[in-house]
Design a protein around this ligand. Structure first.
Ligand SMILES: Nc1nc2c(c(=O)[nH]1)N[C@H]1C(S)=C(S)[C@@H](COP(=O)(O)OP(=O)(O)OC[C@H]3O[C@@H](n4cnc5c(=O)[nH]c(N)nc54)[C@H](O)[C@@H]3O)O[C@H]1N2
Ligand SMILES: Nc1nc2c(c(=O)[nH]1)N[C@H]1C(S)=C(S)[C@@H](COP(=O)(O)OP(=O)(O)OC[C@H]3O[C@@H](n4cnc5c(=O)[nH]c(N)nc54)[C@H](O)[C@@H]3O)O[C@H]1N2
Ligand code: SF4
Ligand SMILES: [Mo]
Length: 649
């Protein structure tokens, strides 16, 4: 048979959102490569795409619906699985009201049609849903305080930068579309700085690597700001005319000497000098914040101090400058199609403490959980509490691809398609282009799209006629903002559409804050940064993005027998453990077995490990992480957890 090529968009939880070309032969995808015509990703794609084909056809993938019985999982028909689900939903609604059902929507796939999952539950009457974030909540909320509304520079604007400062961000692993940009800046004589307690893969591309103590970036940003003031290089016009609170912020800086700030940050004065010098003498410098930065309880201090540093250096509202992090991945859709307006406000549970929230929910209790595109048992903090919560809930429906930790605790498994088996629309949290998801192959086995699944379920309810319409018709409605901006769904099928966000924001120096100006942070409590310190647990556990997998999207076969945890060799010596040893990593709430790697690239006060390994495979680092919400933005401070290491005797 001949080969056909289909252009589509990667929907994985990755800011790159690449345009891809799928080559299909005999109904099977045989290769997945970057689509050259994509304006941002320009033919790039990552090594994870080849592995993704294996994932689609993996023997472990669940491709028929299943119901759990006393004797274990049993294959069933879609009608059986959906009848049971609908019956339970009606029973819980009639007995305890619709809020006795929790809809848990994860980060696995965030396309246009995915709005309708919640719309379905809102037509049903409105169930309990989530608030807060396991991902970027803190960063966005903190930047909203400074800028009014966080708007990032289009990544293509970084080509105007003379320096890039990658602050807690590792694009070589997590966002490869930025790599050509980094190389371009360097080739033109610009500077690249990587700031991370771990010498990550991106550091190899940098002129300067700075290793602050975990969670203490605020002091480094303050030190660099103080140096700029001392050299009288601050952006006076911007500070006087377009900022609010600059003087107060300066009084916060006045509490410390540069030396003290560097000491608190765990960096040298030379590091802070280089950072300040880059912002002033290699301008414009773009600062790119990573997600590593906001996984601390009071991460807003660091993020706001970095915004403040950029303001003092005069790079806010400048082409090639700014502090950028993420983009609104649901931005080009009409929010009406979440369906929240169909009911009075319904109960929400706080994601960063989801286990506790479910356990303590009353009036009504949570009796059913329906999860899609999520693996909270593995990925939310304090896994043991999440397991307890899941176990106490009477009925759980899981929709996804594999029998992961959350699926293991479910009663019904609804097999979902991958993006290669779907037609949809996908925006990005890493750039401004929306792309079409064009179906390359028929669904594998009996897998169904979430939309198909919810349409079939809707047929079992009185609101069927309000939900059951062709996907194309829904997408037209959901994507109405795109039409208003002059695009069309038919054109989008062939060419990505650029959302009309500015290439560089705030050029007019107007900020949608209460003062209409850039707002400095005006209070800072040093004590808060000592939260959770305990001499018995001297290391900060950084569980970071893995190179070859995304979050918990793995199979059992992908796991090593134990998770690997890296530690500085001098610390290993102190603990009488060596490279390759089996060790115990222990926090205040749990312990796991791990294989020790010694690595000089890790600061002495941290341990590094890859996130996403399953508990059932012996990994599950979130059995160690404490559950709490960040002070700003209801984010999840995974890296607030302190641990120690014990030899196995
Ligand atoms: N290959 C791969 N790609 C991914 C993902 C994946 O799992 N694998 N996940 C996707 C998702 S969900 C997200 S949110 C993004 C995340 O994208 P990134 O933010 O680039 O990646 P992370 O590994 O989460 O964190 C980046 C770095 O922050 C550092 N860090 C931790 N604490 C601190 C600190 O206190 N200060 C400083 N300066 N640095 C610190 C970590 O050591 C880490 O190297 O990547 C996406 N892309
Ligand atoms: N310790 C620690 N934990 C962390 C982090 C950390 O840094 N450290 N980072 C956090 C971050 S940044 C994130 S974003 C979260 C992610 O947390 P989650 O979103 O809960 O978990 P994922 O591992 O992304 O799982 C997504 C699941 O969705 C499935 N899926 C994909 N597409 C579809 C679809 O179309 N339909 C359905 N029904 N299912 C689909 C995938 O197969 C996969 O099983 O984890 C967080 N957890
Ligand atoms: S996982 Fe990320 S980098 Fe890899 S193809 Fe998908 S969007 Fe591109
Ligand atoms: Mo994330």
């Amino acid at each position: 048979m001949t080969e056909t090529q289909i252009t589509t968009t990667c929907t994985r939880d990755c800011p790159n959102t690449c345009g891809l070309t799928a080559t299909v032969k005999d109904g099977r995808v045989i290769s997945l490569t970057g689509a050259k015509e994509h304006p941002f990703t320009r033919g790039l794609s990552c090594h994870k795409t080849a592995a993704y084909i294996e994932r689609v056809y993996s023997k472990e993938r669940i491709t028929s619906p299943m119901i759990r019985s006393i004797s274990g999982w049993k294959r069933c028909t879609w009608d059986e699985a959906l009848d049971l689900t609908a019956d339970k939903m009606k029973q819980f609604r009639d007995e305890d009201g619709t809020e006795s059902i929790l809809y848990y929507q994860g980060y696995g796939e965030r396309t246009g049609l995915k709005l309708l999952n919640k719309y379905f539950f809102n037509l049903f009457g409105g169930v309990t849903t989530l608030r807060g974030s396991l991902c970027g909540g803190t960063g966005q909320a903190s930047q909203n305080l400074d800028l009014g509304v966080r708007i990032s520079h289009d990544p293509l604007d970084h080509y105007n930068s003379k320096a890039m400062i990658l602050w807690a961000r590792n694009p070589v692993v997590t966002n490869i579309g930025l790599v050509p940009n980094i190389k371009h800046v360097r080739k033109n004589g610009g500077r690249i700085i990587v700031i991370d307690p771990f010498r990550n893969k991106t550091a190899a591309l940098a002129d300067r690597y700075i290793a602050p103590a975990p969670g203490k970036d605020v002091y480094l940003a303050m030190a660099a700001a103080k140096i700029i003031y001392e050299q009288e290089k601050e952006a006076r016009e911007f500070l006087t005319n377009h900022c609010h609170g600059a003087q107060k912020y300066k009084t916060l800086l006045d509490r410390y000497t540069i030396k003290e700030l560097c000491c608190l940050a765990g960096v040298t004065e030379n590091d802070a000098d280089y950072l300040a010098d880059t912002l002033i003498n290699s301008a414009p410098a773009s600062i790119l914040l990573g997600w590593g930065l906001h996984r601390y309880k009071d991460a807003h201090y660091s993020i706001r101090a970095i915004d403040a540093l950029a303001a003092i250096a005069g790079t806010i509202g400048i082409e090639g400058g700014g502090v950028s992090q993420g983009f609104e991945e649901y931005g080009p859709y009409d929010p009406k199609y979440w369906g929240d307006e169909l009911n009075p406000p319904r109960r929400t549970l706080l994601m960063p403490v989801i286990g506790e929230e479910i356990i303590k929910a009353q009036n009504p209790k949570i009796r059913m959980i329906f999860s899609t595109a999520a693996n909270p048992v593995c990925m939310a903090p304090n896994s043991n509490k999440v397991i307890e919560a899941w176990q106490q809930v009477e009925f759980k429906v899981y929709s996804g691809h594999f029998m992961d930790d959350t699926a293991e605790l479910a009663d019904v498994f609804l097999p979902a398609t991958t993006f290669l088996e779907e037609d949809d629309v996908m925006a990005s949290y890493g750039h401004n282009y929306v792309g079409a998801v064009n179906k390359a192959i028929e669904p594998v086995g009996e897998a169904r799209t979430d939309f198909h699944m919810f349409s079939s379920l809707a047929k079992r309810f009185s609101f069927a006629d309000r939900f059951c319409r062709p996907a194309e018709a829904w997408l037209n409605d959901i994507c109405s903002p795109i039409t208003e901006w002059g695009g069309s769904l038919s054109a989008l099928k062939h060419e990505p559409f650029r959302i009309p966000e500015p290439m560089a924001p705030y050029l007019d120096k107007h900020f949608p804050t209460p003062s209409g100006k850039f707002e400095f942070m005006t209070e800072f409590d040093q004590q808060l940064l000592e939260h959770g310190n305990d001499e018995h647990y001297p290391y900060t556990l950084l569980s970071v993005a893995a190179n070859s997998t995304i979050c918990s999207e793995r199979t059992m076969a992908d796991h090593t027998s134990l998770p690997e945890v890296s530690m500085h060799p001098d610390e290993a010596l102190l603990h009488k453990v060596k490279n390759g040893d089996e060790i115990i990593v222990k926090s205040q709430i749990g312990e796991i077995r791990a294989k020790l790697r010694t690595d000089e690239n890790v600061r002495r006060d941290c341990l590094i490990s890859e996130r996403g390994g399953w508990i059932k495979a012996g990994h599950g680092l979130n059995r160690l992480t404490l559950d709490m919400a960040s002070t700003i933005g209801n984010g999840t401070p995974y890296y607030q957890t302190k641990v120690t290491v014990l030899p196995i005797i």
